[in-house]
Design a protein around this ligand. Structure first.
Ligand SMILES: [Zn+2]
Length: 422
């Protein structure tokens, strides 16, 4: 690809032994968006919680994609993907999606992916009434239990789980290289109210599923890596420094050619603003699906055994799986080691949310350093449970500039660059 590595400024965390700052209490969760809740009130949330696993970075090198496209030139992808929709709802007024909403969602997907070689049809749809498992976060035992119970033939079928994610997250997915294609963990977890006609304005035209499916097919955000390096590993999406919200026409955050791709499904703009994938993204999905999801779109091999699962048994079934530790001991899509996940927004002013994922409970320290190696904030210093966590960074007292967020936990020491723009 032409987006060559420009040579990242590698930050050496040569941190002088400093007096440990007193443990900061974990601030309230906060996200990067506001949308309408089911009752009409404003809800703070997170646009997308999908994260990548650096442990498999070598497997998706752009050089591999270049070679692949050369070898497959002219052999366009052409698959029809069966979609299984598992709707978990609390009541008729909270979480309930109509048949019409689900059918409209499939149409939204088909319109969005027209020209990519990927089309969709509704293969299975079932609802489960549950107050107990209506809301859960990613990388939790609840996620594993629900998916283990409901997933239908993940190698051939796109599974979509509709619920009410904690923290107001609109959705998440897992990249195709993160687990074998038949792993139960694959699929999309989506805020139910983002379906077409749902209440989650301005994210209620169905493009959250379009976006998360893009991750499922191997696409990164258009602002991946900002203005630098390999960007999103696609040649025809201009560089973009940070996510776009709303619909900022003509925004141009990088010096390189082209304005920001705010109309792209892999940005963070409002549903009404996003309407395109590029040929480069189409080629990348072709590569990722052929490489990592070769069975997708074929005939499902497992019959609809799950269709027999009744809503009445749902809570009991999940209870039973959760009570039976070995059934959820599969590490699944949990990273092997502690990981800094998304930091959003970035750049930020003055607040941003830092997410991290722990494969097991343990001590973790997350702190912010300036480029001189001085610790300027301690966000976490203590024990945390396994799973995904979020902390808020308030940069009010800090000067504009580049900082590093560093996480140290159980032998892992990783850093990510953040930019404070005032
Ligand atoms: Zn995303």
């Amino acid at each position: 690809m032409s987006k060559m590595k420009l040579g990242f400024l590698v930050f050496c965390a040569a941190v002088v032994a400093l007096t440990v700052v007193a443990t900061a209490a974990t601030p309230d969760l906060s996200g990067d968006i506001v949308y309408s809740a089911a009752d009409g009130s404003n809800m703070a949330g997170t646009r997308c919680a999908t994260f990548d696993d650096p442990a498999v970075q070598a497997e998706r090198a752009p050089a591999d994609l270049d070679r692949w496209i050369e070898e497959h030139y002219g052999k366009a992808l052409n698959i029809t993907v069966p979609v299984a929709v598992h709707s978990i709802y609390e009541s008729q007024t909270n979480g309930y999606v109509t048949d019409q909403m689900v059918n409209d969602q499939i149409q939204v997907l088909n319109d969005a992916y027209a020209g990519t070689g990927i089309s969709f049809y509704l293969y299975h749809f079932a609802r489960y009434q549950s107050s107990r498992y209506f809301s859960w976060d990613m990388q939790t035992r609840e996620e594993k239990a629900v998916k283990q119970y409901l997933a239908i033939d993940p190698a051939h079928v796109l599974n979509i789980y509709l619920q009410n994610p904690t923290g107001g997250i609109l959705g998440w997915a897992y990249f195709p290289w993160m687990a074998p294609e038949d792993h139960w963990g694959h699929g999309l977890v989506i805020l139910w109210s983002t379906l077409p006609g749902g209440p989650a304005a301005p994210y209620n035209e169905g493009d959250t599923i379009t976006h998360e499916a893009g991750h499922y097919f191997g696409l990164y955000h258009t602002f991946q890596n900002g203005c630098w390096g390999a960007g999103d590993q696609v040649d025809d999406t201009p560089y973009e420094l940070w996510p776009a919200y709303g619909c900022p026409q003509g925004r141009d955050t990088c010096g390189s050619p082209g304005v920001d791709p705010i109309h792209n499904f892999m940005d963070y703009t409002d549903d009404s603003c996003m309407f395109e994938f590029t040929p480069g993204q189409s080629a990348r999905m072709d590569w990722a699906v052929t490489t990592y999801r070769p069975s997708l779109g074929g005939t499902p091999v497992k019959a609809l055994a799950v269709a027999d699962k009744s809503a009445e048994d749902f809570d009991l079934a999940i209870d039973r799986i959760l009570a039976s530790e070995p059934e959820v001991s599969d590490r699944g899509l949990m990273p092997a080691v502690a990981e800094l996940a998304d930091i959003s927004p970035n750049p930020f002013n003055p607040m941003t949310t830092v997410a991290f994922v722990l494969p097991q409970a343990g001590h973790v320290q997350v702190a912010v350093y300036d480029l001189a190696g001085r610790r300027v904030r301690t966000l976490v210093d203590g024990s945390r449970e396994a799973g995904r966590h979020e902390v808020t960074l308030d940069g009010s007292g800090l000067a504009s500039g580049i900082y590093m967020v560093r996480m140290v936990s159980e032998g892992v020491d990783v850093s990510k660059r953040i930019t404070l723009l005032k």
